[in-house]
Write a protein that binds this ligand. Structure first.
Ligand code: MTE
Ligand code: MO
Length: 383
């Protein structure tokens, strides 16, 4: 693989792997704003960043089980109605490093910042599909029905599955309320190479792995994509399954992410002077579920105090309200009075009353995905 033409990146990023490039912001940078600046947005790659500068010769092929296969240029996509959707993209591996401390897991190590919240601009996938004659789809078959498969131009090493691919059910892809985008903008600017220039898919509320970057093809297929990242990765196994007993076909590919939260104003261990400590961080849930509560404990989880939640500055957040961004994280803030050494814990509750699990051991899995246990930070007081 050729890593000689990678884009430049912000020097403050925490680099977890150089080739392929995998990096996250520092905790404080991540929650400094509701919309994550592109510089501080998660960079998650499985191979070199493709170069697609010659935009005049770029097109996306739409094929598979359709009557009239088509090639669409960037201009064709831009002629469709444009939508701006604010959505948080979270890698399923977020918080993997902590899970690995309990029992070793395989995969890139991530702290709590393997995510970002951006406003994505682009066409609805539904409109792209209707342009070439794929109707609004409601049929559900015993096998789960047809899928829409996204294939990238990137060249992940062949033993790692070749070009990156993923699929979502056709019913999801053509649901206007699901806001699935073929995006060409991020925070009002042309998509950067790191994030999928010229076109990427955004599947709101679903693990980042399904939001394929550098689109080459969109295919309607009979059942879910058989690619490596759908079938041999990004599946949730119980703690009892290890690398000798794993049978990949027994699980479905992970789609929605579960309810999650983390403290970002503090590191795992902090030396502080006793007094008031501001605790800020993020909370989010998959599937468009809002965040009903964010709670902080300083007594090991016996009692909890609610934190203030917000998205846009000065607008109170109400889960499910039309003024909220349903696909986006909420930030939280509270002040804790610290007298001596203290452990601060956060947990969130989503609008379906799902709660984060207390311990990492109950959700441990060999790939280290979906670590959503209560997040702890330790304060050691100094005088
Ligand atoms: N698309 C391609 N083509 N190649 C990749 O390696 N990584 C996926 C997804 N789409 C990936 C991809 C994963 S695992 C995640 S979490 C997101 O992209 C990360 O997107 P970002 O780098 O824009 O944050
Ligand atoms: Mo990911």
């Amino acid at each position: 693989s050729d890593y000689s033409q990678e884009p430049s990146r912000h020097p403050s990023l925490r680099i977890n792997a150089k080739e392929p490039f995998n990096a996250e912001a520092t905790r404080r940078d991540l929650v400094a704003s509701y919309i994550t600046p592109v510089d501080f947005f998660l960079k998650r790659n499985h191979g070199p960043i493709p170069i697609l500068d010659d935009i005049d010769s770029y097109y996306v092929t739409i094929g598979g089980l359709i009557d009239r296969p088509a090639k669409l240029t960037l201009d064709d996509i831009k002629k469709l109605p444009k939508y701006n959707v604010t959505a948080t993209l979270q890698c399923a591996g977020n918080r993997r490093t902590q899970m690995s401390r309990s029992r070793k897991v395989r995969g890139v190590g991530w702290d709590v910042c393997a995510l970002g919240n951006a406003t994505w601009g682009g066409a609805k996938l539904l409109d792209v599909l209707q342009l070439i004659g794929v109707p609004y789809h409601t049929e559900i078959t015993p096998s789960g029905g047809k899928h829409v498969e996204f294939t990238s131009v990137d060249q992940c090493p062949e033993e790692k599955g070749g070009p990156y691919k993923a699929s979502i059910p056709l019913g999801h892809a053509t649901n206007p309320a699901a806001d699935v985008l073929v995006a060409y903008e991020m925070n009002g600017e042309v998509l950067k190479r790191d994030h999928g220039y010229p076109l990427r898919v955004i599947v709101p509320g679903v693990i980042g792995a399904r939001s394929v970057k550098w689109l080459d093809r969109i295919d309607i297929i009979e059942e879910e994509c058989q690619g490596f990242f759908m079938q041999k990765d990004y599946k949730m196994f119980p703690p009892s399954v290890d690398w000798d007993t794993i049978v990949w076909s027994t699980r479905k590919p992970q789609m929605d992410y579960p309810v999650q939260s983390a403290i970002c104003s503090l590191e795992d261990t902090n030396a502080i002077i006793p007094g008031e400590v501001t605790v800020t961080g993020y909370a989010l849930s998959g599937g468009g579920r809002g965040i009903e509560r964010v709670e902080i404990s300083t007594d090991g989880g016996k009692t909890w105090v609610g934190a203030v939640r917000y998205q846009k500055e000065g607008v109170p957040y109400i889960a499910g309200d039309i003024t909220s961004d349903k696909w986006a994280w909420v930030l939280f803030k509270t002040v804790v009075d610290v007298k001596g050494d203290t452990e601060i814990i956060v947990k969130a509750v989503d609008s379906s009353a799902n709660v984060q699990p207390e311990s990492v051991d109950t959700i441990w899995n060999l790939r280290g995905i979906l670590n959503t246990c209560w997040h702890h930070v330790h304060l050691l007081t100094t005088r």
